[in-house]
Design a protein around this ligand. Structure first.
Ligand code: SAM
Length: 283
């Protein structure tokens, strides 16, 4: 194929043909660098028998590359104007289905059931909604085996950061509980049209098995409460939350685990949070 979707002149041509305007509110920054598109797909390790779920295909730059490697690509796009363009740009591919709509309202189980094969997510995510999308994917992790997403570099760094670092946050704990996150590569802002104000990174999340021994209904509120008040000691932040436990009970739980009541959220590992949640559940 002589024209490829990532070529800036071709992107311009399509945008003009369809009188398309980038919607900042939908996080529309399209890739215009073929090497980066190739690198993302290569690093995602997509193979010919994989079923891919793409979020936000835009005009189809990544979709086109993914379809050349995967068995089938499902792409969910919220923007009706982009969906119209995709009907044209991807018309020659028979292993792509465009699903119009919001990924946060898309039934992933239904997509899984089309092939009874776990989905591999690959996406250049809209930045305004990165955290809700990752949380949604974690909720549906039974239907997914792997996630490779381009996101804001600073957020990627937060997600992979370890305890005792300033960037360590409730998002780090949440995603490290569900997966092994790893930054695969940094991506400069210059490879997008329009150019965003921040750099990006490609993040891989290898999903972990669901843990039936962990009381998630206690763990997640606990982590959120602890980081919402990250300057407070863990004992104080936990007592001010909705855990309905007295200071003495919480002090005992921490003591049994060998965790100092003076520790702060950022000093606790994911395993520490899990153990505290289990201690509360057993109390
Ligand atoms: N994949 C294309 C690329 O790399 O050039 C476009 C990526 S652009 C950063 C994000 C895309 O996600 C846009 O096409 C936008 O319309 C779409 N989008 C935004 N919010 C969405 C949502 N909630 N569900 C599905 N798609 C969404």
């Amino acid at each position: 194929m002589s024209k490829r979707l990532y070529q800036p002149s071709y992107v311009q041509e399509i945008l003009q043909k369809y009188d398309f305007y980038f919607k900042k509110s939908l996080g529309q920054n399209f890739l215009i660098d073929g090497n980066i598109v190739g690198d993302i797909v290569e690093k995602s390790g997509i193979q010919e028998d994989d079923v891919v779920l793409e979020i936000g295909p835009g005009i189809g730059v990544l979709t086109e590359e993914l379809s050349s490697k995967a068995k089938f690509v499902y792409s969910v796009e919220i923007d009706k104007n982009a969906v119209e363009i995709l009907k044209d740009t991807l018309k020659d591919y028979d292993n792509i289905e465009i699903i119009p709509g919001d990924i946060l309202k898309t039934d992933l189980k239904k997509i899984y059931e089309k092939n009874h094969q776990k989905l591999k997510v690959v996406a250049n995510l809209p930045y305004y909604v990165t955290t809700p999308i990752l949380a949604y994917l974690m909720e549906h992790k039974d239907d997914i085996s792997q996630i490779t997403v381009m996101i804001q570099k600073e957020v990627a760094q937060r997600i992979v950061s370890e305890k005792d670092s300033k960037q360590y946050s409730s998002l780090s704990v949440f995603l490290q509980y569900h997966s092994d996150p790893r930054i695969l590569m940094d991506v400069p802002r210059t490879v997008f049209m329009p150019k965003p104000n921040v750099d990006s990174a490609v993040l891989e999340l290898k999903l972990k098995e669901k843990r039936s021994d962990v009381p998630e209904d206690i763990l997640f509120p606990l982590v959120r409460t602890a980081f919402n008040q990250r300057r407070k000691t863990i004992l104080n932040s936990m007592t001010s939350g909705d855990l309905n436990l007295s200071k003495e009970e919480l002090r005992d739980i921490l003591k049994n685990l060998g965790i100092s009541p003076k520790a702060r959220a950022e000093n606790l590992s994911v395993e520490d949070f899990i153990n505290i949640a289990k201690g509360i559940a057993n109390d």
